[in-house]
Design a protein around this ligand. Sequence first.
Ligand code: IPM
Ligand code: MN
Length: 342
Amino acid sequence: MTYRIALIPGDGIGTQVTEAAIEVAQKALPELACTSFPWSCDHYLQTGRMMPEEGIATLRGFDAIFLGAVGWPARVPDSVSLHGLLLPIRKAFVQYANIRPHRLLPGVQGPLRREGFDILCIRENTEGEYSGAGGRVHVGTPDEVAVETAIFTRVGVERILRFGFEQARLRRGKLASVTKSNAQKHSMVFWDEITALVAADYPDVAVSHYHVDAICARMVMAPETLDVVVASNLFGDILTDLGAAIQGGLGFAASANINPGRTAPSMFEPVHGSAPDIAHLGIANPIAAIWSVSMMLDHLGEAAAAARIMAALEATTARGIGTVPGQDRTDTITKAVLAALE
Ligand code: IPM
Ligand code: MN
């Protein structure tokens, strides 16, 4: 069985970490047939588009997508580059579950004084605050108005919660639902109501409710009390940078944009961005990308190969390689992971 993988290395360090991650993936599972697409800010400057008009149709034929990073704000505004590539893929392929694990790899020292945490953030990935509904009127005048409407649908909220409950069942049986229903009385009360409805189908899962501000504090003060955390698109975005921070930094934070119904390819990417400031230095940490590629193999049904990659990553960091941001070069870390895969 050969898997067809679409690579979108993208911008900045995205190209370096993609190369590293795919080298590791192909060593663990040679049956990967990769096709690389040059879609990026450079591509935009050359063609006027982040990806061609038929980009989505092209990607649909693949078993999975691996994306490095998108964005180079000095060249192309982020609002253009992200809405031209990353965000439309998440929506078009109904990758409604964005999964981000937050735990310390062996040998990595996070900024907290505690170590025994293992959080799985599940972020709604297709609607909510990222719906793109809104507009501006009276542009450039003192009367200008900007509206950005968050859209929460029953289908969208219910399916992400259900997905979260299923994950909680596979883990420690705890689910934290994140809202801000003390201030946002429409969408977030709606979310709370749907949480209660879905929870009735999962009596074996212990549910708790947090306001997003309170769970921020908990992730710092008592992260070991959390298991699965389910949040809206924007809340999940913010919480997962906090999650990345407590696991040692963005260089360790992996993510999977999953279409659970498998009606279209899922996409795997590190949480970090393109980091233009260090793009020419060769010091990008490939660990987040390698972890993401392990999630990709797992999704493809190759659990053994995925586990071997995680074991190799953990053996590498346990030796102190790649554990301190900026200390080891990208290729040093990659070679160590490849050697650990032998
Ligand atoms: C992420 C990123 C993106 C997001 C940006 C680049 C649009 O921050 O994947 O967390 O907000 O989803
Ligand atoms: Mn983010």
